[in-house]
Design a protein around this ligand. Structure first.
Ligand code: GLP
Length: 244
């Protein structure tokens, strides 16, 4: 789906989320959302906040699972994804705290495996993810599934790619401050979502979007696995669509 602007794309996706939340509410059930970080989903979160403030959309029956977190960062760290989500969305809506799930960046090394397994179990217990929101990194990663991540991979600790750390260097005031590891949902975890929506804006994403959508399905571009999912869509602006 190609849009004139990121705002237009974000509005359409937010309207869909609203429908999902209201539909589930009418059934007396929760809506389960998989959420992403990075600059890409910001207009989408802004629109969700607007729907809450101006149109009374409630998030009381919403359960969220974030894709990933930098390993080694406390939730209070300015660049942690926990902090990002609080500032960009959760502090501005009425979602119950206990409904929010983000992998912990602080779990001790010998408990990472158990933590990741419990994350998978929590997703299952919630009934699985109805709609998974995704961005895409320049390495083609979804979440932090760097090249080489298998289609079956589950939540685990990974080593960040050099390109990913370079892209994050600005936020961390230098590449040397960017964590080397992260905990991320796996490609397999993501592909279990009932619907997947990947957003990408701007010409610097055009090359990787084209490889993900039109290239071969390969673990060197994690996002290419979306081609094999029955309900995966790309929401892009003109720039990100320019090499399709
Ligand atoms: C990070 C996140 C990804 C995100 C990517 C792109 O690596 N872990 O989930 O898609 O950045 O970031 P941006 O949206 O800022 O381009």
């Amino acid at each position: 789906h190609v849009f004139a602007t990121p705002t237009a794309a974000a509005r359409e996706l937010a309207a869909e989320v609203r429908q999902l939340i209201e539909y589930r509410k009418a059934e007396g059930r929760n809506a389960v959302l998989g959420l992403a970080t990075g600059s890409t989903p910001v207009p989408f979160y802004r629109e969700l906040i607007r729907l809450h403030r101006e149109e009374g959309l409630s998030f009381q029956n919403v359960i969220t699972f974030n894709l990933d977190e930098y390993y080694g960062l406390a939730p209070e760290h300015p660049e942690s994804y926990a902090r990002f989500m609080a500032e960009q969305l959760f502090n501005h809506i009425d979602i119950p705290n206990e409904n929010i799930h983000i992998p912990s960046g602080q779990v001790p090394g010998n408990q990472v495996f158990v933590h990741c397994r419990e994350y998978e179990e929590a997703i299952e217990k919630a009934g699985g993810i109805d709609l998974q929101i995704l961005g895409i990194g320049r390495t083609g990663h979804i979440g932090f599934n760097e090249p080489g991540s298998s289609k079956e991979s589950l939540t685990r600790r990974i080593t960040l790619d050099r390109i990913t750390r370079q892209d994050a260097a600005g936020d961390f005031r230098g590449e040397q401050n960017v964590p080397h590891f992260a905990i991320t949902m796996g490609v397999g975890t993501i592909l279990r979502g009932r619907k997947l929506a990947l957003m990408a804006w701007g010409e610097n994403k055009a090359g990787i979007v084209a490889r993900a959508v039109e290239g071969s399905v390969t673990d060197t571009v994690s996002a290419s696995f979306l081609q094999e999912h029955p309900d995966a869509r790309f929401f892009v602006d003109q720039g990100a669509a320019s090499e399709l």
